[in-house]
Design a protein around this ligand. Sequence first.
Ligand SMILES: NC(=O)c1ccc[n+]([C@@H]2O[C@H](COP(=O)([O-])OP(=O)(O)OC[C@H]3O[C@@H](n4cnc5c(N)ncnc54)[C@H](OP(=O)(O)O)[C@@H]3O)[C@@H](O)[C@H]2O)c1
Length: 295
Amino acid sequence: MATENLTTSVTLNNGIKMPRLGFGVWKAAPADAQQAVKEAIEAGYVLLDTAKQYGNEEGVGRGIKAGLAETGRTRESLFITSKVFNGDQGYQSTLDNFSGTLDRLQLDYLDLYLIHWPVTGKYKETWKALEKLYAEKKVRAIGVSNFDRATLEDFLPTVEVTPAVDQMEFNPQFQQAELVPYLKEKGIYLEAWSPLGGGKSLNEPVIKKIAAAKNKTTAQIILRWEFQKGIIAIPKSIHRERIDSNKAIFDFELTTEEMNLLDQLDTGKRTGPWLQNFDWYDPQTGDPDLVQTWD
Ligand SMILES: NC(=O)c1ccc[n+]([C@@H]2O[C@H](COP(=O)([O-])OP(=O)(O)OC[C@H]3O[C@@H](n4cnc5c(N)ncnc54)[C@H](OP(=O)(O)O)[C@@H]3O)[C@@H](O)[C@H]2O)c1
């Protein structure tokens, strides 16, 4: 425990190390993302998560530049993820969009590039583009997001490179009971999006009670629970005090009993979007505005 910190990593199936606690920026406006990413780098975060769909890659790029300048850290000290969005999928357009992402982020490589959602009829050729980017060393690892077991069963037999991660919703309310053992069997790491349930898990009475007893915040209890379960988490905040406090999970442990109490909070109900509940694909424009139909 004493040696755990924001650089504590898992080893992905291609040998690359990926930090276990990181930082996300969905729903952060570009200027907020810029400031928050700068502050996250100052706070010592290594793993940063964005996507073209968030509309803030340019802000994230400026934040990275400012954070590195402020701290003297190097680009190589970071682990930067982005994703190809739905309307951009297909072989050539994925390659083109990857270039756009690098330009907006002002980077010359990514650490991890993901297929954001499995667009029916497209995700296999999109993956071929990711495999090319990986072979050309423009990205250190490639993975998927929002691929459930059925999708993976269709997809995995067709790949040359096995995805390193599957980024999925995971939080105390929604624990992916079916997917977790399947990913383990396939050697694919689960990376939790909405690890705090998009904020909805923070007022859960059982978690509040544990937090009060341990003099911790509910966010810290949840993030520690995910850490001890071996799940990579990328909580988002645009507030400096939360960016700082969310990383303070390395000076305490949850007991087996406390872990079990959180395990029992699984309702099997999502807090965020899923394949069926949004209009997620405009082949003409890939318009990110199309996706906002959930609460
Ligand atoms: N692949 C995908 O399809 C997908 C989907 C969703 C998310 N993601 C990624 O996962 C990241 C995290 O997920 P998320 O942003 O949906 O949800 P989240 O990290 O579970 O929760 C973020 C929300 O909780 C609030 N918050 C954070 N820390 C807090 C604290 N200590 N106390 C009180 N409130 C706190 C934030 O507000 P403030 O910002 O106001 O502090 C924000 O409203 C995203 O940013 C994105 O990078 C990926």
